[in-house]
Design a protein around this ligand. Structure first.
Ligand SMILES: [Ca+2]
Ligand SMILES: [Ca+2]
Ligand SMILES: [Ca+2]
Ligand SMILES: [Ca+2]
Length: 198
């Protein structure tokens, strides 16, 4: 009896240890850099500065449809961010509020880049303008032992380049701008209707 119990306990402990090992073994790191693309060539070049303090979301789902936030982080002094991901399809999203005065992306606008982020190409720009006025990448697929960095278990190729706006707030379309555009059209419709009534 005593021997069997010891064997059972040993088996449980071994299985627990294997589960912990398995969890850490299947984690993949996703990361990249937010940078100021000084020469507007949609490529990171040596000397172009990182953008610190950007709030970055890790999401799953459809970037232009229903999606879920999995985690949030903030870019470091070099503009770098990273997430630990269990695998599968994920994407990065940045809220439009990050372009507000006093926020990390104030004075910047996106220069849209490569729409397929899953090509493992480093230092290109995978940022796209989101309908909400924010920034997103398309889905990137992550799988253990198949990624380009850290022995196959990390992918640091999801980078986001920005250009400094000429003046004033970022020219990224915001809901308010779209509302004004819509209001203008409604206004025009109103004018033509009044003309018809005369
Ligand atoms: Ca550049
Ligand atoms: Ca991949
Ligand atoms: Ca890339
Ligand atoms: Ca990178």
């Amino acid at each position: 009896m005593g021997k069997n119990r010891t064997l059972l306990a040993t088996t449980v402990l071994t299985l627990s240890a294997l589960c912990i090992f398995a969890n850490s073994a299947f984690a993949v790191t996703l990361g990249g850099t937010f940078w100021s693309d000084a020469d507007n060539d949609v490529q990171y070049d040596a000397g172009e500065p990182g953008i610190e303090g950007v709030e970055v979301w890790l999401c799953t789902g459809f970037p232009n449809g229903k999606f879920t936030q999995l985690a949030v982080t903030t870019t470091d002094s070099g503009g770098n961010y990273s997430f630990s991901v269990s695998g599968g399809d994920v994407f990065v999203f940045v809220e439009s509020t990050q372009f507000n005065n006093g926020e990390a992306l104030s004075g910047y606008s996106i220069l849209e880049g490569e729409i397929y982020p899953d090509n493992d190409i480093d230092y290109d720009n995978n940022g796209l303008a989101h309908l909400s006025g924010g920034i997103y990448s398309n889905n990137i697929n992550l799988a253990p032992n198949s990624e380009p960095h850290d022995g196959g278990n990390a992918n640091y190729t999801l980078d986001f380049g920005f250009v400094e706006s000429q003046s004033g707030p970022a020219p990224v379309p915001e809901p308010a701008t779209m509302f004004l555009l819509g209001f203008g059209l409604v206004g025009l419709a109103g004018i033509s209707r009044r003309k018809l009534q005369r």
